[in-house]
Design a binder for this molecule. Sequence first.
Ligand code: ADP
Length: 398
Amino acid sequence: MLILVVNTGSSSLKYQLINMEDGSVSAKGLCERIGIGGHIKHTASDGRVYEADRTMTNHEQAMEAVIELLTGKEYGVISDPDEIDAIAHRVVQGAEVFPKPVILDEEKIQRIYDLGEIAPLHNYAAAQGMWACRKCFGDKPMVAVFDTSFHQTMPPKAYMYALPYEYYEKYQVRKYGAHGTSHRFVSDRVAVLENKDKKDLKIITCHLGNGCSITAIKDGKCIDTSMGFTPLDGFMMGTRSGTLDPSALTYIAEKENLSPADINNICNKKSGMLGISGVSNDNRDIGAAAAAGNERAQLATDMQRYQILKFVGQYIAAMNGVDAIAFTGGIGENDPELREYVCENLTFLGVKIDKDLNKLRGREVKISTDESGVDVFVIPTNEELAIARDTKEIVSKL
Ligand code: ADP
């Protein structure tokens, strides 16, 4: 079975064609600058690469370009689009409407579009991607997999905000979480590596990339997660502030005469590692600046590590213990110093890591020693494969 996994942003479309016999990627690529020019990079599994500017005025044109590349003589990996069995769409926000993956029909696509009201940066684009695929692939089965689904098991005490209850009733304002597909994939891998049933494990997964979130998983279910109503909540990220005192924002808004949209923009795009360091949103640049003596870059690094540690600590308390902690995402997989910092502050639980193993980057590895009180892993995430697996499961039952 061949599944095309599609991840649409407002001006981008990422894709992977996955062979479900062995989970291998036949081809993958990225269309960027859709609607404002256009650029495509496509890579076939044997290393053939196509990269060029190409005008794409909308997602439908981007999808047409992708099909052309997938089936073309020079860079193609299939001879006909009909060889693709199903299309899987990644959707950021499913809210309470979509607690699990669904087969798409017009009504569901419209529902996903409507949820753009609470996820404007993501859901409108996801629906555009679905409509584009519908035009290009006719009635081929399409499945939506939601980043929020895995977090739908949180109890109300974890997902409610202590605001007047009417805002939950009127507007469904509550914690939804994000990165659920990654947290699920990584926690499933932890159970495999531990050779135990997930139901018998207390796991903390740390997804640390441009966006960051930490999740507590008990009895195989998410019981709490750091991202909230939107992916702005939690701890500081590349350009996002994470949690802070809301009064700080109303105070700044009054002083600087800022609108809610301005505040939203500042908290999402100008804060976090970028806002504190003034250097970059990228941990590599900030690490280099800190090493060269830039104090604000060092402060950003110290803040990020401390905030991550505190979330891990919260979730240890929430689960009354922890059996395994896993790091994933660009930072989680590649920053040994951050991992060491977190683990050194958990020695009260008997956490002990092997410093040489911890130096390994971007590989699945257990970095804790056999004597460690908690197992600590680095597990590269694979959201596309998880999405494709969900899709296969649904499509196989049709
Ligand atoms: P996204 O959330 O956009 O998928 P990633 O998971 O790719 O982002 O994570 C991006 C972050 O990972 C950046 O801050 C980057 O500095 C960091 N990162 C990626 N590779 C490395 C590396 N080799 N060493 C240190 N940090 C890295």
